[in-house]
Design a protein around this ligand. Sequence first.
Ligand SMILES: [Zn+2]
Length: 335
Amino acid sequence: MDGGKLWLKALAVGLIASAFPLLIFGCKNNTSTTNPTAHDATWPDKPGPKVVVSFAPLYCFVANVAGEDAVVKNVMTSRGPHDFDPTEADMKLVTKADLFFIIGLGLDDKQGDKMKTGSGNKNLKLVELGESESLKTHLLKGVSNQPGHEGHDHGDKDPHLWLSPDHAVKLVNLIRDELKAADPAHAAGYESRAAAYVLKLNALKTYGLEKFKDKKDRRLVSFHDSLAYFSKAFNLEVSGVLTKHPGQEPDAKEMKQLIKVCTGPPQVRLITTEPQYSTSTSGQALQKELAAKGVASAELVEFDPLETVRPEDLTLDWYEKKMRENLDKLAEKMK
Ligand SMILES: [Zn+2]
């Protein structure tokens, strides 16, 4: 390249840098806190563990514990763990990673295995948090796996651990221990940040309990079978499930069974919907049927299971914010 072209190149880089200073410099200083863009497989040139997580709540848990000592990237955005299929670009993301956190329990383990194998990274440690020994006695069955209900796609245990602040604390402690083992020189930092984040999760639980404290009727139908841990944490009761797989509308027989459950006694009047499936009509259909059969106050309430995220929204406090929104919306409709 001759001197003239170099000069032109320098000018172009300078112009771009001055036009988009945040894009170039802002992100560099802040890699673990903002826009963990899934398809950017480049890692900053700094020491410390390179960590990938399967989906958004895990990003918040890991990034809060990692601080500036590790870099964290998130894989899934608009498609969640029930139907995500990793691309070449996703696999590339883990080629240089040290740790890959997933939930497991039949939720995201297929994608995790596929990404690890596809990346050819033999040094990658794939951590299936939900399969950890310390969680074994704290796992619950989903509603569909309890007596009187029919089959279900998750296997035996509900994998939606992150929807309970109590279980979130257990996940954060497991993440802390993995980061300490991967980077013992910064153990004290991981310890103190995990402890600080656990306080926030405890505050989230207190917030929810306070919201529900005067509620007498704590029953609901959930859009997909995801609320075993959430309902345990906040003393709610999931009486039925609308869709066997998220987005898979109930058939006539399942609808009939739900109507039977909800007309009681006791009656069940709250039906959750999910923003990811806003075009689903089964919730409205059930609400109408219930209203016609005497459950006059049957209502729909939106609950986000936090399985998808817009990359630009994924900040350190995203999990807490979205959980508070869920708690607010439910408490508003609950009696
Ligand atoms: Zn789910």
